[in-house]
Write a protein that binds this ligand. Sequence first.
Ligand code: 4NP
Length: 155
Amino acid sequence: MQQKPAVLFVCLGNICRSPTAEAVFRQKVQESGLSVDIDSAGTHGYHIGSPPDKRSRAVAESRGYKFDGLKCRRVQEDDFKRFDYILAMDHSNLSNLKDMSEKKYHHKIKLFLDFADDPHTEVPDPYYGGKKGFELVLELIEMASDGLIAHLKTQ
Ligand code: 4NP
């Protein structure tokens, strides 16, 4: 790899899916020995400054992932310049990110599950559902994180 890549995970609220992706990917990157800049953000500002959702934390912390210090923030203009991979959790996030950015950055914006070998194309929004939704979020994120690490190792 030529230089340290920078990865931004994006969902709607930045309190459930993208902070979980940040926590899981951070840990897997550490185990892999790669060096990656990692952050997460939301396309909307409903919960700016809030810590990740307790339900997301409960499911992921029981599997050993850590959310310490994470706080919700909104996607900002310079993110499109700063990050090499801007990974959306669902099609709606993807389309919002493209609307928010200049065309020259669109090649960086992808679905996170493009890196998972799974029939799901989206990490479904768990916010208004039950525990099973949060468990599915974690499972998909673990799979895509492994795929993204495998991809980064080829760069
Ligand atoms: P996230 O989940 O996009 O995975 O963080 C949501 C968080 C908050 C809301 C919707 C989804 N909300 O409507 O407030």
